[in-house]
Design a protein around this ligand. Structure first.
Ligand SMILES: Cc1cc2nc3c(=O)[nH]c(=O)nc-3n(C[C@H](O)[C@H](O)[C@H](O)COP(=O)(O)OP(=O)(O)OC[C@H]3O[C@@H](n4cnc5c(N)ncnc54)[C@H](O)[C@@H]3O)c2cc1C
Length: 326
């Protein structure tokens, strides 16, 4: 029997879309096998009602409701997840690809003596837990075979459009780790909070992204206005981050974040392969670029050849007008 454990990451009490997607993908994998059990973990206080209708399949979700687990803490999270993994005699642990995962998963791979496979687009359940993933910015597909019995997979994002099926039954089991009763051993000295209201680019459904073609940091005001009108997030190319125009948290691509938005508007972005590596799971791609031969047009569903400083204000005005009438 295969036993899979999925980490459902919460932030501010909301389980991340990418984690829900990871759970559903592991359920799909379990369905293909005669005997497979899926369990989940939520660390910290989360509103589990939001999961109704979005998670599929059967299984148990261990719910460690404790204030000390609300924020990511390396020691607590490593201990919690490894305890459950070992206690439940699991074979494989699955994470969505998030900033927290990139810190936690390597720790767990040491603690659990597990093979760690990152950037996995498809959970295919091949023999011995092997899996395929693109390498060299997507130009080759490589098969990775884990050498250890315990495996940890970090699933790359995909579009979460797949509807959750209503069948199946999921139980929630409250956990109270005894070692947490000593109180918060790691007081938070300082917490840096992202600008209020701006969604995380990895979670946003609409992204208005800018590249060097925006001309300057000030040029991004246009993108901020458009993103706020549509309730989306601002994304950036690496060049823009290197220039210091935008924070790294907004960077999309191979060394930035992978996005799963249903709409991605690329403004003044050339479409380098490293940037495209982050938008392969985006839905509709709209490109605005003054160069008709820019590679971004090869992947765009809609393209506008023009100067962003001319096109964007017009786009903003017409969208505003359109939304007012709705
Ligand atoms: C190992 C490695 C990892 C990398 N990781 C990433 C990554 O994660 N993400 C990433 O983005 N890049 C990454 N890069 C960098 C990548 O190769 C490109 O250099 C970068 O994406 C280019 O950014 P850009 O499109 O903003 O700039 P440019 O390539 O300079 O393109 C600017 C575009 O703007 C257009 N333009 C100029 N003026 C206007 C205007 N007024 N109106 C409209 N269009 C205009 C131009 O025609 C051009 O197409 C990585 C590179 C390496 C080597």
């Amino acid at each position: 029997m295969n036993k899979y454990l999925v980490f459902l990451e919460q932030r501010d009490g909301i389980v991340k879309k990418a984690s829900i997607d990871a759970w559903n993908r592991v359920q799909e994998l379990a369905r293909l096998q005669p005997y497979a059990v899926v369990s989940g973990i939520i660390a910290g206080m989360a509103d589990i009602r939001q999961l109704d209708g979005s998670i599929t399949g059967d299984g148990v979700i261990f719910f460690a409701k404790n204030e000390s687990l609300n924020r990511y803490n390396q020691e607590y999270y490593t201990r919690l997840v490894s305890d459950i993994f070992q206690h439940e005699a699991c074979d494989a642990l699955y994470f969505a690809d998030t900033a927290m995962t990139r810190d936690l998963a390597p720790r767990l791979s040491v603690r659990l003596q597990a093979s760690l496979l990152a950037g996995i687009p498809v959970v295919d359940g091949e023999a011995a837990g092997s899996c395929r993933r693109p390498v060299y910015s997507g130009s080759l597909l490589a098969t990775f075979v884990p050498r250890r019995e315990n495996r940890i997979y970090i699933l790359s994002s995909r579009i979460t459009a797949r509807p959750a099926s209503s069948d199946g039954h999921i139980d929630f089991m409250d956990l109270a780790p005894q070692w947490l009763t000593a109180g918060d051993m790691f007081p938070v000295v300082r917490r840096l909070v992202m600008q209020k209201g701006s969604p995380d680019v990895a979670e946003a459904d609409i992204i208005i992204a800018g590249g060097r073609g925006m001309g300057s940091a000030e040029g991004f005001v246009l993108l901020e206005q458009l993103a706020s009108l549509l309730g989306g997030a601002v994304g950036s190319s690496r060049t823009v981050v290197d220039e210091g125009w935008r924070p790294h948290a907004e960077q999309v691509g191979q060394t930035g974040k992978t996005v799963t938005s249903s709409l991605y508007v690329a403004c003044g972005i050339s479409g380098a392969i490293q940037h495209l590596a982050g938008i392969g799971s985006a839905g509709i791609i709209v490109a605005i670029n003054s160069d008709p031969h820019a590679p971004i047009f090869d992947v765009a569903d809609y393209g506008i050849v023009g100067d962003v400083h001319v096109v964007l204000p017009k786009l903003f005005d017409s969208l505003k007008e359109f939304l007012k009438k709705k």
